[in-house]
Design a protein around this ligand. Structure first.
Ligand code: CTP
Length: 226
């Protein structure tokens, strides 16, 4: 199914950046992701000749679009999920480098909340995109879909990454240990450890996210060829 003689026929969907969940018209829940890692993965895929869909949350303008990719801007986790499902076809690779918000307020106020109001904000869970995608693949009987995730961890990193690989039924997961200097949000470098479904793993040296974009793609290509 994955024909490397014609890379433009292999579709790679890359998500990047945070999502926002609005509490009122001007305030939201989010996280400090800038989309840098996902941006450089998607750019490496375009540069290597793949057909790329880049689904991106609210990020700095330099990471918001990629020449040569189909660019889709989204705001909330539900928006991101809808776009991923709309793009997913048999023979695609989904790289979930985004940091989607896991909760949204049950009620979003229509007006700006005033200081005098002391609001009560009840949070309800967002769908897990990767888990929903897995069910969708089964429902629609899609074939040859590769799922790649990232694990952002501050404690028990290896254990948690492996748990996510298994629970989200991924092919590959890249661990991002947020407790390490030069790794994670708002920095130009990352130190990644790759865990594969076959039980193998490898710790990579710290490197720029730009170079790691190519390494992540090479890792996916190796997996597709194996
Ligand atoms: N992810 C997802 N849907 C969500 C949240 C995360 O598909 N609602 C994806 C991320 O893009 C990433 C992987 O799941 O590829 C792991 O994300 P992470 O934030 O590390 O973990 P969570 O699944 O959100 O779990 P926890 O917050 O409990 O660590």
């Amino acid at each position: 199914m994955f024909n490397f003689n014609n890379k433009s026929r292999v579709k790679i969907i890359v998500t990047a950046g945070p999502t926002r969940e609005f509490v009122d018209p001007i305030r939201f829940l989010s996280n400090p992701s800038t989309g840098r890692m996902g941006y450089f993965i998607a750019r490496a895929c375009v540069n290597q000749g793949y057909k790329v869909t880049y689904i991106v949350g609210p990020v700095p303008v330099m990471f918001s679009k990629i020449k040569g990719a189909k660019n889709i801007s989204i705001i909330s986790t539900q928006d991101m999920l809808n776009s991923v499902l709309a793009e997913l076809k048999s023979g695609s690779v989904l790289v979930m480098a985004a940091a989607p918000a896991d909760y949204h307020p049950e009620k979003s106020y229509k007006h700006k909340i005033k200081k005098t109001e002391t609001p009560y904000i009840h949070l309800v869970p967002n769908p897990d995109i990767l888990k929903t995608v897995k069910k969708y693949i089964e429902l629609k009987k899609l074939k040859d879909v590769i799922l790649v995730g990232f694990a952002a961890e501050t404690s028990n990193p290896e254990k948690n990454a492996l748990k996510k690989l298994e629970e989200k039924k991924l092919d590959i997961i890249f661990l991002n240990d947020l407790s390490k200097a030069g790794s994670g949000f708002r920095v130009e470098t990352n130190q990644l450890t790759v865990f594969r479904k076959d039980g193998s793993c490898q710790k990579w040296k710290k490197d720029t996210k730009e170079r790691l974009g190519y390494r992540v793609l090479e890792e996916i290509e190796k997996w597709l060829e194996s």
